[in-house]
Design a binder for this molecule. Structure first.
Ligand SMILES: Nc1ncnc2c1ncn2[C@@H]1O[C@H](COP(=O)(O)OP(=O)(O)OP(=O)(O)O)[C@@H](O)[C@H]1O
Ligand SMILES: [Mg+2]
Length: 275
């Protein structure tokens, strides 16, 4: 039996229709069974704010806490969560691709899943394809530098970053965008395409000179100076597209503080066993 931990269902906002046939989509091997989806019924599409966000900051500065505070707004989200830091905000925690597939087949089209495996690198391309096939969802990536480098990015991740906004339902040609939240301690070690396709950047304290130089180039020298002196849990929020508004300093909501790594143990928010 799959090791899927469930909690009582979250207050989903919409009813969802079942997609009778997902064959032909890129994720077909993974999603070989019919799965609930909004894709065949645009009128019932899940409402979720589309995000393309980059969250940066040195170790322990507040990245996970900020992203935790965003999670409740996503009604369809796959969180690549190697240390189980989002499990209490999700309705399922899975460790393998077959478990994910099995879990998705039980949902009504709304799902927020923590993918909690320390060796997530290997599965990551499949998770990207899964999100592209499902559409109308968010992929949230802890430790983005595990899945790309400044010089290399896998095809599946690249496609999601570049074309996620245009993910299409094959049969109807309707857009079902896939958003991304990418977190990293090291802006210089993630592929530039991720930054260039981000609409928002939230930057906690950084101290490494190369990272500060990066901030100065991407935003401004003033931004880099402020980033260097930020206290933990404080971050600068900057939009990266259109006419740039001035950056704003904000503080993470203490109600969503991360509790640190749970060592892949079941968390108190989960009622089901995770073996
Ligand atoms: N607003 C806050 N007030 C007080 N403590 C906070 C606040 N936000 C976060 N923290 C605490 O700061 C610590 C680090 O936060 P968090 O885990 O979010 O950082 P991180 O940047 O994700 O770290 P890492 O790089 O190790 O993943 C945690 O113990 C968290 O509970
Ligand atoms: Mg973290």
């Amino acid at each position: 039996m799959p090791s899927v931990g469930l909690r009582p269902s979250l207050p989903w906002r919409r009813e969802h229709t079942e997609s009778p046939d997902r064959e032909g989509l890129e994720g077909r091997v993974l999603l070989s069974r019919p799965i609930p989806s909004t894709a065949s019924s645009p009128s019932t599409a899940v409402e979720h704010p589309m995000e393309n966000r980059l969250v940066l900051g040195r170790k322990g500065s507040g990245k996970t806490s900020l992203t935790r505070s965003l999670a409740p707004r996503w009604t369809r989200a796959l969180l690549v969560d190697p240390f189980g830091e989002y499990a209490d905000l999700c309705d399922a925690k899975v460790r393998t691709v077959p478990d994910l597939r099995d879990y998705l087949a039980t949902t009504d089209g709304a799902w927020r899943v923590s993918y909690t495996t320390r060796n997530v690198r290997e599965d990551f391309p499949v998770l990207c394809r899964c999100c592209m096939a499902l559409g109308d969802c968010m992929l949230v990536v802890e430790e983005t530098s595990q899945h790309c480098s400044a010089w290399r990015i896998g095809q599946e991740f690249l496609e999601l970053v570049e074309y996620g906004r245009h993910a299409l339902e094959e049969e109807t040609g309707t857009a079902h965008p896939v958003g991304l939240v990418a977190m990293s301690r090291t802006p210089t070690e993630i592929h530039n395409i991720i930054r260039s396709q981000s609409w928002e950047m939230d930057c906690f304290a950084l101290s490494e000179p190369a990272h500060l130089e990066w901030c100065a180039k991407v935003v401004s020298p003033e931004f880099a100076l402020r980033v260097r002196d930020l206290d933990d849990s404080h971050y600068l929020s900057q939009n990266l597209v259109g006419a740039r508004r001035p950056f704003e300093e904000r503080v993470t909501d203490p109600a969503f503080r991360s509790r640190g790594y749970d060592g892949n143990r079941p968390t108190s928010g989960m009622s089901g066993a995770v073996v």
